[in-house]
Design a protein around this ligand. Structure first.
Ligand SMILES: [Fe+2]
Length: 310
């Protein structure tokens, strides 16, 4: 039986067509959801940037504009210029959108917000985000245990790189929809509970993170919404060797690469940021300049919460 059946609906789920009962197993309901999802999608994509004045005091129109885009695209870009933007500002911005449970990852500081930049030779350099190398398609925390599921993240650009460092985002609901429209069996295979494993992270004999095994697509019991876990880095993931899953994963990779008409590409400039329900994303490599303001620096916060009301 498909896992994509919401057993435990969120109070707000009735406003989200993605969480209607049986939508993934009833063809008519799936068709209805797909049409609604795609309606106006690309128009909204072209208008993904929202200006905000004070991240600590969103106005009602600013908040509505952010949520409107998040409901449709699962991602929004904000632009907040003319002020210094601190980690605390990012935290308070998140709180106004229902984001309060921060994930404390290995590279985050005491406030659980990471400074993502090219690291000097430290333990961080084994993680690609802390280099200037390109970063392939992934969702954040795809290796986390379910009690640390990353449902959203925010990124704020303090300084952009001299060149490169361009992000692209792709909505997991769109990816699922495209896979299922073209091959329902592949979509079902990707919901199996053992589609991939990520080995434990062990450093100096100490287990920093346990082994994870799970599906690519699932319905998140915490909110009834579609959740996706994925990494294009085959080095990081061990895919199930069953033929039907191997075929489904190959197909998924193709769909992701070909879904360019639904992908949002944006180079974050200083003062801009992203709020996102942990969509798929990737980053091009970049070259830093010699001055501080041309050395790429982003603040990143990861949450166990999905943006409230989306
Ligand atoms: Fe990421």
């Amino acid at each position: 039986m498909s896992l994509l059946r919401s057993q435990d609906k969120h109070p707000e789920s009735s406003t989200n067509p993605a969480v209607l009962d049986n939508q993934f197993v009833d063809p008519e309901a799936f068709q209805f959801w797909s049409e609604r999802k795609l309606s106006g999608y690309q128009e909204t994509m072209r208008d993904v940037v929202v200006d905000i004045k004070d991240p600590t005091h969103l106005t009602l129109p600013e908040r509505s504009a952010l949520l409107e885009r998040l409901r449709k695209l699962n991602v929004v870009v904000y632009r907040c210029q003319g002020r210094d933007f601190t980690k605390k500002d990012l935290k308070v911005l998140g709180l106004q959108l229902g984001l309060s449970r921060l994930d404390r990852n290995l590279c985050a500081d005491g406030e659980s917000i990471s400074s993502v930049r090219v690291a000097e030779s430290t333990a961080k350099t084994r993680y690609i985000p802390y280099t200037n190398q390109p970063l392939g398609w992934h969702t954040d925390g795809y290796y986390n245990n379910v009690d640390r599921t990353i449902r959203s993240f925010t990124l704020h650009c303090v300084h952009q790189a001299h060149s490169g460092g361009i992000n692209t985002f792709l909505d997991p609901e769109i990816v699922y929809l495209l896979v299922k429209h073209r091959n329902a069996e592949y979509a079902a295979s990707l919901t199996q509970p053992n589609v991939f494993s990520v080995p434990a992270n062990i450093e100096d004999g100490r287990e920093l993170r346990p082994l994870y095994t799970g599906p690519v697509f699932s319905i998140d019991p915490a909110n009834g919404c579609l959740h996706m876990r994925y990494s294009a880095r085959s080095r990081n993931i061990s895919w199930n060797s069953a033929t039907e899953i191997q075929e489904a994963v190959e197909y998924l990779k193709t769909v992701i690469e070909q879904a360019v008409e639904y992908a949002i590409t944006h180079k974050l400039e200083s003062g801009q940021g992203v709020i996102c329900n942990n969509s798929l994303h990737k980053r091009t490599g970049f070259v830093n300049g010699s001055s501080v303001d041309t050395q790429r620096l982003l603040y990143r916060a990861r949450y166990y919460d999905r943006v409230l009301g989306t």
